[in-house]
Design a protein around this ligand. Structure first.
Ligand code: PRP
Length: 192
């Protein structure tokens, strides 16, 4: 194991822990406000919104976000993966499905990053087929530079204009760097 602190492999910090914390608090307040007052909740049984964390990247964001929502929520997890090969670009594979039904529930999908848009498009379509009361999307990072599928996002933490490869706060390169408390650009020499 390489014992060098991972911080030294970062070229620059894009969003600091303080910036993220402040933005996550704002998102939590807005989500709470919307689902309790603005009528975006459509569940005929009046149940709390179901937040769906898209593993693995969104785990850190989700953990902070739910603690910034002062009203009732429930949550569940789904795990998907892009095939990431040239033969089926944009193909998404289900690794772990939700544990509970979302029929007539207000679903809020929580992502760390929306990049090409293929993953969220796959999730939205799949969830829509289960007849939820509503589907909304929340992402910490909206990276528009590489979008291939149009996506309507309800809650965005930060918008990235430039196509930079970022890690930290749940996001990885080759499964590393998810544990950084901030979001940073990796030095090119650490990208193989
Ligand atoms: C990342 C991220 C999103 C997806 C976005 O997941 O968490 O789910 O990519 O990319 P897209 O908009 O181009 O589809 P990844 O497949 O890297 O898995 P991970 O969450 O386990 O890191």
């Amino acid at each position: 194991m390489n014992i060098q602190p991972i911080e030294e492999r970062m070229e620059k910090v894009l969003f600091s822990a303080e910036q993220i914390s402040q933005r996550v608090a704002e998102l939590g307040e807005r989500i709470s406000h919307d689902y309790t007052r603005a009528g975006c909740a459509k569940d005929p049984h009046g149940r709390p919104p179901m937040l769906v964390c898209v593993l693995h990247g969104a785990m850190v964001f989700m953990a902070d976000l739910i603690r910034r929502i002062p009203t009732e929520v429930e949550y569940d997890f789904i795990c998907v993966s892009s095939y990431g090969n040239g033969t089926s670009p944009g193909a998404v594979r289900l690794i772990k499905d939700l544990d509970r039904p979302i029929y007539q529930r207000d679903v809020l999908i929580v992502e760390d990053i929306i990049d090409t848009g293929h993953t969220i498009d796959y999730l939205r379509r799949g969830f829509a087929a289960r007849d939820p009361a509503s589907i909304r999307i929340c992402t910490l990072i909206d990276k528009q530079a590489r979008r291939e599928v149009p996506v309507e996002i309800d809650y965005v933490g930060f918008t990235m204009e430039r196509d930079e490869f970022i890690v930290g706060y749940g996001m990885d390169y080759a499964e590393l760097y998810r544990n950084l408390p901030y979001i940073a650009v990796l030095k090119p020499e650490y990208i193989r």
